[in-house]
Design a protein around this ligand. Structure first.
Ligand code: GCB
Length: 592
């Protein structure tokens, strides 16, 4: 699915703004067909945004089930001969869309876009009503998974008391998190573009594969450099363009060429689609992660789409602020923990030359401390697997042309020690490889190298990504143990799988302004000392190819005794102010 862009032949209408909103208290709206007419007794709700923190109403914040959004839009008469597509950037976690009361689309999966051609449902030159029902329930068939538990009356709970349980550590924000757009294409149109790039001596090779809805069209592909100079051209649906003395895309230098694709009929341009292309190669060789055949060391963070008030709603100010902070601190990468981020984020990463580990929303597939298994029929089963495979399809289809995406991550910390995880991840890995063999892939593990919880699936992937919180969740306060434990554990993983390792999570909850010497947990000193101990080990092991601190910024979680207004492991506060550790990291990463 191509990102909607304006061009010679295409127009885009952004429906971001203030929509009508209604809480479906008893989850009756679908049955009562609320989409048939204007929603009654609505309140105002911004889009994009999570709805949870916008009002003072706890019922809205903690609602389990459906909510409804609605707005009117005029479709210009001049669009009469165009295809008209309604595109929802994301509906977390399940969305159904009606136009003028007729259902046009339905989608499961809260972090990827979906769209529908709506020509037959609209009236031109008039107001058209768009209604979107968004459901936030997590169960064992969704990613992330969850469980809605309905209590039977007892001394603690009244009858029917419901709780949405989930096993991941970020707040279950919901709503329309990304822009809703209407865009046009001509009737004969460019449907898909698949790009792969290579390097031959000093030349860049752009391989392309274009799909149109009509096979018999003439296609012209032109490549322009940053100064808008034509540097290459080719004809046909498939082929390649050679760029002599190409300027390569690489971390810190996000050089992008512009690819302009034309469908030509009788010497006329019928459709035009433009996209940015970065020329670069990615591969793993001799235990190194190579971009353009040069070894790369990942410096950066696991992040979240998260901020005050808007929750997970897309906000360009925050996107750019975060990239500015990454540049300030000397980071060259981040992981889209724990779900695909908005495409707008990847577009900026492309431009700035930041490496992205692009993660699926498969997080919280474990009970960690309990002996209950998750890869069993009554939990993560074939239906979940089918959805996971589908999510990988949608994710790779959406993000495959971004040079910044240098690796796929299929999941975060599943119970990879269970027997059931083996057939499951064998299929997920095979599908991912089949969809894209031009990038490495990984699965992020909680670092249990020994005993019953030793991972059974890491060997299916190209890089080992590990998360671990020495001296935090275990051996609290014992900073002096970190080096000993970390080195032993990393060595055990390396001995077993012989793959390069990125530490994708390590860190300590830190309340800005708390200090103690000697360092105590939650103080700024403790965060600094913990990070330093990890770094001493990374610096002496050459199979460690990256460090991504948990987390870039403090973020919202569900409430709990280990969370003080959210997870505080940020190097920056939730408002993006540096903690002491940020200044320390700036020194380390700028000397790499
Ligand atoms: C993890 C998870 C991450 C949590 C983090 C923590 O292992 O991957 O989602 O937020 O630990 O802070 O506990």
């Amino acid at each position: 699915m191509l990102y909607p862009v304006e061009s010679y032949s295409r127009e885009v209408k952004d429906l971001s703004g203030i929509w009508n909103f209604k809480l479906d208290k008893n989850n009756k709206g679908r049955e009562e067909k609320w989409y048939f007419e204007d929603l009654q007794e609505t309140i105002l709700m911004p889009v994009p945004s999570s709805y949870n923190d916008i009002t003072q109403n706890k019922e809205i914040k903690d609602h389990i089930g459906d909510v409804w959004y609605e707005r009117k839009v005029i479709i210009p008469k001049s669009w009469h001969n165009q295809r008209i597509i309604l595109r929802v950037g994301s509906a977390t976690h399940y969305g159904i869309v009606w136009v003028n009361g007729k259902k046009v689309a339905e989608h499961k999966g809260g972090y990827l876009p979906f769209e529908a051609e709506i020509n037959e449902y609209i009236e031109y030159g008039r107001e058209n009503r768009i209604t979107i029902c968004v459901n936030n329930v997590l169960d064992w068939t969704t990613l992330p998974p969850g469980e809605v538990v309905e209590m039977k009356e007892n001394h603690r709970y009244p009858n029917g008391h419901k709780v949405q349980k989930y096993f991941h550590d970020f707040y279950n924000y919901a709503g329309l998190h990304r822009p809703i757009k209407i865009y046009t294409t001509p009737k004969i149109f460019i449907k898909e573009v698949d790009i792969d790039t290579d390097i031959e001596n000093n030349d860049g090779i752009i391989d392309y594969d274009i799909v149109c809805n009509d096979e018999l069209v003439h296609i012209k592909v032109s490549i322009f450099d940053k100064d808008n100079k034509l540097v290459g051209m080719n004809l046909g649906l498939q082929g390649n363009v050679k760029i002599p003395d190409a300027i390569l895309w690489k971390p810190g230098h996000g050089y992008l060429y512009k690819m302009v694709i034309h469908i030509i009929l009788n010497n006329e341009i019928v459709d035009e689609y433009c996209l940015n292309v970065g020329i670069r190669t990615v591969c793993i060789r001799d235990g190194k992660f190579l971009i353009n055949n040069e070894p790369m060391y990942f410096r950066g963070f696991g992040k979240h789409e998260d901020m005050d008030i808007k929750g997970k709603g897309l906000d360009n100010s925050i996107i750019i602020k975060d990239f500015n902070l990454m540049n300030w601190i000397g980071a060259n990468s981040f992981r889209t923990s724990h779900y695909p981020y908005a495409e707008e984020v990847l577009q900026v990463a492309d431009k700035l030359g930041i490496m992205v580990i692009d993660e699926s929303p498969a997080v919280g597939m474990t009970f960690f401390n309990e002996d209950r298994k998750v890869f069993v029929d009554e939990r993560i089963n074939d239906v979940t697997l089918e959805h996971h495979l589908n999510v990988m399809d949608e994710l790779i289809n959406r993000d495959k042309n971004h040079p910044s995406v240098v690796m796929w991550s299929v999941a975060n910390e599943p119970s990879s020690w269970e027997d059931g995880a083996v057939p499951y991840f064998t299929k997920v890995a095979a599908r991912t490889r089949e969809l894209d063999d031009s990038r490495p892939m990984t699965m992020v593990n909680y670092a249990f190298p020994y005993g019953e919880k030793a991972c059974k699936v890491a060997g299916l992937f190209d890089v080992i990504c590990l998360n671990k919180y020495y001296s935090w969740y275990e051996d609290c306060g014992q900073l002096d143990l970190i080096e000993y434990q970390l080195e032993n554990e990393l060595q055990a993983w390396h001995d077993k799988f012989d793959l390069p390792i990125i530490m994708t999570e390590y860190g300590a909850d830190t309340i800005q302004g708390l200090h103690s010497d000697p360092p105590e947990m939650f103080t700024e000193e403790y965060q600094c000392e913990m990070l330093k101990s990890f770094h001493r080990v990374f610096d002496r092991l050459d199979y460690v190819i990256g460090e991504q601190i948990w987390n870039f910024a403090d973020f919202a979680t569900k409430q709990g005794t280990t969370r003080i207004m959210g997870n505080r492991k940020g190097i920056f506060t939730r408002q993006r102010q540096p903690k002491v550790a940020a200044h320390m990291m700036k020194k380390r990463w700028h000397t790499f």
